[in-house]
Design a protein around this ligand. Structure first.
Ligand code: GLC
Length: 533
C-alpha cells in the first residue's frame, strides 16, 4: 500500500485490513425489525434479517446502542456498559447475533458512548449521593455554572439540590458527562471496551468523540458573531472550550491502544468538525481513530462545485497513510432522498459507491427511504421536545424499515414506536427486490461492482472536474480505470469520453452500453464507465 498525498490514495488491496475495504451498514436497532410485537426493533429481529444484508452486499454492521438504558435519548443514555437492554433482548441474543454475523463473513461494530452515562447509571447515582462519595469526581461538578449550552438546548449545567452543586451535561440532564480526566473513569470505561472485544466484536463507533474532554479551567465560550435566531441556544456561542480540546488526542490514542490489544479491530470516531480539525483525529503517527467519520457530504450543498470542493479538500487533507471514509446518512441527519430529492439520491448513491476508502450506509438509504412527517403528538426525540419546531427533531429519519407491503410493513405485529410513512411503504424490501429500477437494485449492483473492482476502493482519485452542472473524475490503479460522471444540471449534458463500457448507471438500462466520444447524460443521471485502456 502506498501512502496517500494530495488527492491520491493507495494502490493494491492485498494487504488492506478488513475495515479498509468494508462498506459499513448502520442499524438503528429500534427501527430495524421487531420480533416480539412491542413495536420496537430488537436483536432477534436483526438476526432474522442478516441474509438480507448478505444479499445487499455490505461487509460490516454497526448497531446504534443496545445497552441497558432508560431511553431518554434512545440508547445514547447508557446505564450499564456491559449489559443488553431488555427491550432489545438478552446477552444470549447478543452472543447468538455475533455468532451469526461472523458465520456469514460479516463484522459487527458496537456503539460506545463515552462522553456521558445515563443519570440512572450506578456510577452517577453514587456520584450525586454526596460530595464525599468516591465516585463524586467521576462526573463534572462545579459550584457555579459557566455559559456552556447543551446540544439539545438550554444550559449544560443542572443544579443538584441535595449536594448543592451543578453537574455538566452536554446533552440532556439525564445524560451527565463523565470526567475523563479521572484515571478511574478511564480504567472502568476501557474495561467495558475489553468486555465486548473479548466477546469478539470487531470494533466501535465512538459517540461524540470530539467532546470527551473539556477545558480544565471551564472558561466561558465566546459569543458566536454569526448566530441567528432559530439556530438553537448552543449556536449562540463558539464551542472553543467544551469541544475539540487538545488533550483529546492522547485519550483517543489510549483508546486505540485498548483495541490494539485485540488485533485487527476498528475505531471509528463520530466527529463533526471542519476538515482540517477532523484530520487530527487520525492521531500522531496514525495512532488515533482508524476512521474519524467524514460527515462532509452530509453537510455540503448538493451542487457539483460544492461536491468537488469538498471531495478535493478532504482527499488533499488526508495525512500520509491514513484512510479516507464517507457517510451519506445517519440517525441524526435528514435522509438524503428528502434532502436532495429521490432522483438525485440515486446519483448520490453512485457517487458514494465511487469514492475511495470505507463507506457507511444508514439503514433504509438503500431503499430510498424518505423522512417521515411526524405529527406533534407522535414526537419521540428529546431534541425536538426541548426545542420544538426549529428543525432539531431526528424522528423523521428514524422511522421503521418497511420489509413488505402488509399494513405494518413486516416491521412489527404491534404498534410501531414511530409511524411508517406512506412513501416508505412503496419502497419496501419485498417490492424493491423484484423491481430492477428500485434504489435497492441500484445499491446491490453498486456494492457488487465495488467488490469486483478494487480500483473503486483503493485506486487514485484524479482528473476531477466540475463545470456546468457536471461532475466527473477518474479512479485509477494498476487494475484499471473507471470514470465517474454525474449531471446535476436541470437539462441534459454531454460529456466526452474515451472508449469504455458502462458498468453502473442510475438508469439500469444503460448497464453494458459501449461508449466512445460523446456521452449524453439526463438530469440527475450518473454513471461509471470502465475504460478500455
Ligand atoms: C451522538 C448520537 C446522537 C446522540 C448524541 C448524544 O451525536 O449520534 O444520536 O443524541 O450523540 O449521545
Amino acid at each position: 500500500m502506498s501512502a496517500s498525498k494530495g488527492g491520491g490514495v493507495i494502490t493494491g488491496m492485498q494487504d488492506l485490513s478488513w475495515w479498509k475495504h468494508a462498506v459499513v451498514y448502520q442499524i438503528y436497532p429500534r427501527s430495524f425489525q421487531d420480533s416480539n410485537g412491542d413495536g420496537v426493533g430488537d436483536l432477534a429481529g436483526i438476526r432474522s434479517r442478516l441474509d438480507y444484508l448478505v444479499e445487499l452486499g455490505i461487509d460490516a454492521i454497526w448497531i446504534s446502542p443496545i445497552f441497558p438504558s432508560p431511553m431518554a435519548d434512545f440508547g445514547y443514555d447508557v446505564a450499564d456498559y456491559c449489559g443488553i437492554e431488555p427491550i432489545f433482548g438478552t446477552m444470549e441474543d447478543f452472543d447468538q447475533l455475533l455468532q451469526e454475523v461472523h458465520r456469514r463473513g460479516l463484522r459487527l461494530i458496537l456503539d460506545f458512548v463515552p462522553n456521558h452515562t445515563s443519570d440512572q447509571h450506578p456510577w452517577f447515582i453514587a456520584s450525586r449521593s454526596s460530595r464525599e462519595n468516591p465516585k463524586r469526581d467521576w462526573y463534572i461538578w462545579r459550584d457555579q455554572p459557566n455559559n456552556w449550552q447543551s446540544h439539545f438546548g438550554g444550559s449544560a449545567w443542572e443544579f443538584d439540590e441535595k449536594t448543592r452543586q451543578y453537574y455538566l451535561h452536554e446533552f440532556l440532564k439525564e445524560q451527565p458527562d463523565l470526567n475523563w480526566r479521572n484515571p478511574a473513569v478511564k480504567a472502568a470505561m476501557f474495561d467495558a471496551l475489553r468486555f465486548w472485544l473479548r466477546k469478539g466484536v470487531d470494533g466501535f463507533r465512538v459517540d461524540v468523540m470530539w467532546l470527551m474532554i473539556k477545558d480544565d479551567e471551564f472558561r466561558d465560550n465566546p459569543p458566536n458573531p454569526g448566530y441567528a435566531i432559530g439556530q438553537g441556544s448552543r449556536a449562540q456561542f463558539l464551542p472553543i472550550y467544551d469541544a475539540d480540546r487538545p488533550e483529546i488526542h492522547a485519550l483517543v490514542a489510549e483508546m486505540r491502544g485498548v483495541l490494539e490489544e485485540f488485533g485487527d479491530r476498528v475505531l471509528i470516531g463520530e466527529i463533526y468538525l471542519p476538515i482540517a480539525r477532523l484530520m487530527d483525529y487520525y492521531g500522531q503517527k496514525l495512532q488515533g481513530a482508524n476512521l474519524p467519520f467524514n460527515f462532509h457530504l452530509l453537510q455540503c450543498a448538493w451542487t457539483v462545485d460544492e461536491l468537488a470542493r469538498t471531495i478535493r479538500e478532504y482527499m488533499a487533507a488526508i495525512p500520509p497513510g491514513a484512510w479516507p471514509n464517507w457517510v451519506l446518512g445517519n440517525h441524526d441527519q435528514s435522509r438524503i432522498a428528502s434532502r436532495i430529492g429521490v432522483q438525485k439520491a440515486r446519483a448520490a448513491a453512485l457517487l458514494l459507491l465511487s469514492l475511495p476508502g470505507t463507506l457507511t450506509i444508514y439503514n433504509g438509504e438503500e431503499l430510498g427511504m424518505q423522512n417521515v412527517l411526524i405529527r406533534p403528538e407522535e414526537v419521540q426525540d428529546p431534541a425536538e421536545k426541548r426545542q420544538p419546531g426549529i428543525g432539531m427533531g431526528r424522528d423523521p429519519e428514524r422511522t421503521p424499515m418497511p420489509w413488505n407491503s402488509s399494513p405494518l410493513c413486516g416491521f412489527t405485529s404491534g404498534n410501531p414506536w414511530l409511524p411508517i410513512g406512506d412513501a416508505n411503504r412503496d419502497v419496501n424490501v419485498q417490492a424493491s427486490r423484484t423491481n430492477p429500477d428500485s434504489m435497492l437494485s441500484l445499491y446491490q449492483r453498486l456494492l457488487r461492482l465495488r467488490r469486483q473492482e478494487p480500483v473503486l476502493v483503493s485506486g487514485q482519485l484524479t482528473e476531477m472536474s466540475a463545470a456546468d452542472g457536471l461532475l466527473t473524475f477518474l479512479r485509477t490503479d494498476a487494475s484499471g480505470h473507471i470514470r465517474f460522471a454525474m449531471n446535476l444540471a436541470e437539462e441534459a449534458r454531454e460529456v466526452s469520453v474515451a472508449a469504455g463500457t458502462v458498468v453502473a448507471c442510475t438508469d439500469l438500462q444503460r448497464d453494458g452500453e459501449h461508449v466512445a466520444g460523446t456521452l449524453n447524460l439526463q438530469p440527475a443521471e450518473a454513471l461509471l464507465i470502465k475504460m478500455t485502456n
